[in-house]
Design a protein around this ligand. Sequence first.
Ligand SMILES: [Zn+2]
Length: 104
Amino acid sequence: MASKDQPLDDHNCTPSKKTWLFGPDWSGRRCGAKTRSGKPCQKPALKHNARCQIHGGRGGAPAGERNGNYRTGEYTKQTLREKREAFQRIRELVAIGKQIGMFD
Ligand SMILES: [Zn+2]
């Protein structure tokens, strides 16, 4: 938030970089992700996961049908979890079947 007594830039309409809220003197939490230059990212971190918007702060790509790579849905996290649970149930039933001599 720029107050009236802060210096404005040459166009006299927006605050100059010196008064930018998240400048070098800002005391809040920085993103800190390793950048391509090797230094920690200095952008302000988002509240929920301590990374900035360009370093995963928003949590990545949308899941399921909303993802751009979605085709048939056969390999979405949800489908894979359902398959895993179904095969686990089958294994449990087979184990019970073996105990009661179903396969002898
Ligand atoms: Zn960052």
